[in-house]
Design a protein around this ligand. Structure first.
Ligand code: DX5
Ligand code: ZN
Length: 221
């Protein structure tokens, strides 16, 4: 197999009334990372979690907390999210006028740094910061909500980013509408980390859902 595939369930689709239990359940269900969708009601039309929630779930798993900041501005909050226990902090290219500076700040806080691209954003947005990146997150829906339909046209962008990454140790993550049907499309294009919200939490069978997405994703390699 050319690449190890990592599955990152998005707790946006979890039961917020028992978040610690939900995080433990996906951990025990075999997830690789835990994806945390932070929304500000300004950059995206929805509100979710702040750093206190990252801090609250931190003791419930030793797995990577993959924090996706859909907030504008992100820079004033990077340190708080780092101290709350994030392992990876991803900012949106569209929400940050000083991407290079923010990536340096994240790395300086001892965390892995990511940049996310909305469906309408060209891959060239990350071209000049590649050497500061640990992760590129391609949105395959317009950010803001779980349960939306996968935008297949993004697969071309994923393939171009895979070529741009070359030998660099940068994860290529995909977020939005990922399920056993769409997973092979993104791994075939070059993704190695798959975020899935509704496809993991939908029917309560977390371990089975994670395994099904992984098997389907790996079938395309
Ligand atoms: C959307 C979020 C996603 C979302 C994915 O703004 O960034 O992580 O939770 O949910 P599904 O997998 O249901 O599309
Ligand atoms: Zn996300």
């Amino acid at each position: 197999m050319a690449r190890d595939i990592l599955i990152a369930p998005s707790i946006l689709s979890a039961d917020f009334a028992k978040l610690g239990e939900e995080v433990r359940a996906i951990d025990e269900g075999g997830c690789d990372w835990v994806h945390v969708d932070v929304m500000d009601g300004h950059f995206v039309p929805n509100l979710t979690f702040g750093p206190c929630v990252v801090e609250a779930i931190r003791p419930h798993t030793k797995k990577v907390l993959d924090v996706h900041l859909m907030i504008d501005p992100a820079a004033p909050y990077l340190e708080t999210f780092a101290k709350a226990g994030s392992d990876i902090i991803t900012v949106h290219a569209e929400a940050d006028k000083h991407l290079d500076r923010s990536l340096q700040v994240i790395k300086g806080l001892g965390k892995k740094a990511g940049v996310s691209l909305n469906p309408g954003t060209h891959e060239s947005a990350v071209e000049h910061v590649l050497d500061k990146l640990d992760l590129i997150l391609v949105m395959t829906v317009n950010p803001g909500f779980g349960g939306q339909q996968f935008i297949e046209a993004q697969c071309e962008k994923i393939a171009r980013l895979r070529a741009m990454i070359g030998d660099r140790p940068i994860h290529l993550e995909v977020d939005g509408g990922v399920n056993p049907e769409t997973a092979p499309l993104v791994t075939k294009a070059g993704a190695d980390v798959l975020v899935a919200g509704s496809a993991v939490f939908g029917n309560g069978e977390y371990a089975g859902n994670i395994a099904a997405i992984r098997a389907s994703a790996e079938s395309a390699l």
